[in-house]
Design a protein around this ligand. Structure first.
Ligand code: SAM
Length: 287
């Protein structure tokens, strides 16, 4: 639920008894797409803000934290990352990070709602600056169905950059989807999923992700926490799992010598993110 009072946009997390506010200059856009309500605001200090169905998706100022962590740990863990598929991610921020890697030969963004991408091109152009890269491919449709039909063994890294596990994204957090992902991934394949807040969701959503990924055959599952000021609690995570390589394997020299700029990610951050907090280890150790 959101409110707008005296130019303060507020997302209220009723069940947590908390809220997050940003001072806004103006509402830039609002529409009901075929899938969700999409709003864009100009804020006083965080650049532009995208909201889907009343949930903050991203701001200009802090999206790099999320997009870099959804991308670089997985790519620097895979030994030969040639084909990367993003499910969701319509703002194109993850795609931009993926395409920074010269080893990646082909990247797909499979987004259910084309309007998210079209409005990102208008209001977040810096995230869309690699959209014309010849390696970039776009499919607008349901990622769950797409995953059922993709050639087996054809993907090296699958990034699930989705909304929360409700509505069209619910099935992206499900055992059947992980089974389809397992078939779609090739040797050494890696799946990485945005996995919500460590503080709020370790015993629920994150625990279920670990359990379902293992049931689907992913032997190595690891949650990497990172800061994300505009999301509930300001602390977020992605969960990375591999078919047949320990996710703690890390091409550290390549990360240190990366031929591109990052603002959050580096080898030290990568190591640090692999050290799960004790309460998470305790909660997830049986999964
Ligand atoms: N960083 C964001 C977060 O964690 O809240 C996610 C950003 S991205 C905008 C999420 C995208 O997932 C949305 O654009 C939404 O349309 C898309 N999405 C949701 N369910 C989907 C599905 N089943 N297939 C493909 N895309 C989906």
């Amino acid at each position: 639920m959101t409110t707008l009072n005296n130019n303060w946009f507020t997302e209220i997390f009723q069940d947590q008894g908390t809220a997050f506010s940003l001072q806004v200059k103006q509402k830039l856009h609002e529409e009901q797409t075929s899938f969700q309500k999409l709003e864009i605001y100009e804020t006083e200090t965080f650049g532009n803000l995208m909201v889907l169905d009343g949930c903050v998706m991203l701001t200009t100022r802090d999206n790099f934290l999320y997009h870099e962590m959804m991308t670089h740990p997985a790519i620097f863990t895979h030994k030969k990352p040639k084909k990367v598929v993003i499910v969701g991610g319509g703002d194109c921020g993850t795609l931009k990070e993926v395409l920074k890697h010269p080893d990646v030969e082909e990247a797909w963004q499979v987004e259910i709602d084309e309007r998210v991408t079209r409005l990102s091109e208008e209001y977040f152009p810096e995230l869309c600056e690699s959209n014309n890269d010849p390696r970039a491919n776009f499919f607008f449709g349901d990622g769950i169905k797409w995953m059922r039909e993709v050639d087996p063994g054809s993907i090296d890294i699958l990034i699930i950059d989705s909304t929360d596990p409700v509505g069209p994204a619910e099935g992206l957090f499900a055992l059947d989807f992980y089974r389809d992902a397992m078939l779609a991934l090739g040797e050494g394949g890696i799946i990485v999923q945005q996995s919500e807040s460590p503080l709020l969701h370790t015993h629920t959503i994150i625990k279920d992700i670990h359990s379902d990924m293992r049931k689907a055959g992913f032997d190595h599952v690891q949650t990497l926490p990172f800061p994300q000021p505009v999301y509930p609690t300001g602390w977020w995570s992605c969960t990375m799992a591999s078919k047949d390589n320990p996710v703690k394997y890390f091409r550290e020299d390549d990360a240190n010598n990366r031929p591109f700029v990052t603002r959050y990610y580096n080898a030290g951050i990568h190591h640090g993110a692999l050290a799960m907090p004790q309460f998470m280890i305790d909660a997830l150790e049986d999964e």
